[in-house]
Design a protein around this ligand. Structure first.
Ligand code: HEC
Length: 183
């Protein structure tokens, strides 16, 4: 811990200049600011709402916006009923065909690797794309199901690699894999 010695002597001119820089008009502006905050004569109008109220309103609006932005997952193909779905056996072949051209070790798009289970579970640069047990909420499923923001649809429609969208069965299998815990 730093301890500060009490300085009894006045700071030298140079120091004083640094500590309290001279701002032209500061005094007047500060006085004007205080005047606005606490009017000397009651104006008859109610005072401005306290900051906490404004903050609460902002939070409420943000929450409403977030809810409105929530992706409608009702159009997703249903999860397959197949049991014992695993990455190695069932999912890797789909990813190898449709995803790894852009999501493998060299220059993975969005920093997301889909050539291994580890890479898939690690997710992209800033978030996970698979939520084990909840395929509808998983970003990866929303992307391949072509719901939400079009810029995130995967594989990107009209991509130069000419990779087609996944079929309903493939999406259903990926959903089953995630719902079963993404092993
Ligand atoms: C032609 C190239 C290409 C192909 C093929 C492709 N992707 Fe992508 N993918 C991208 C690009 C580019 C981004 C990054 C978008 C961005 O950062 O805005 C991306 C991002 C993603 C993301 C989002 C990462 C994040 O940060 O939210 C997911 C999930 C994803 N891809 C999954 C897939 C899946 C699954 C497949 C195969 C079915 C696939 N991608 C095929 C190019 C591709």
């Amino acid at each position: 811990m730093k301890t500060y010695k009490r300085v009894r002597s006045l700071p030298s001119e140079g120091e004083a200049g640094r500590v309290t820089p001279f701002v032209p008009g500061w005094g007047e502006r500060e006085a004007a600011r205080r005047e606005v905050r606490r009017p000397a004569i009651p104006s008859g109008r109610s005072p401005a709402p306290p900051r906490i109220v404004i903050c609460a309103l902002l939070v409420a609006f943000a929450a409403i916006a977030a809810l409105a932005a929530e992706v409608d997952t009702s159009s997703l193909p249903p999860a397959s009923t197949q049991q014992g779905v695993t990455f190695a056996k069932d999912i890797k072949p789909i990813f190898d065909k449709a995803c790894v051209a852009c999501h493998s070790a060299e220059k993975p798009k969005g920093k997301l690797r889909l050539d291994t289970l580890e890479g898939t579970m690690k997710g992209s640069i800033d978030h996970k794309v698979v939520e084990p047990g909840n395929s509808a909420k998983s970003i990866l499923v929303q992307n391949i199901g072509f719901i939400g923001d079009e810029d995130t649809w995967m594989p990107p429609p009209g991509n130069t690699n000419k990779i087609d969208a996944l079929t309903k069965d493939e999406i259903g299998l990926i959903r089953a894999w995630i719902d079963q815990g993404a092993k």
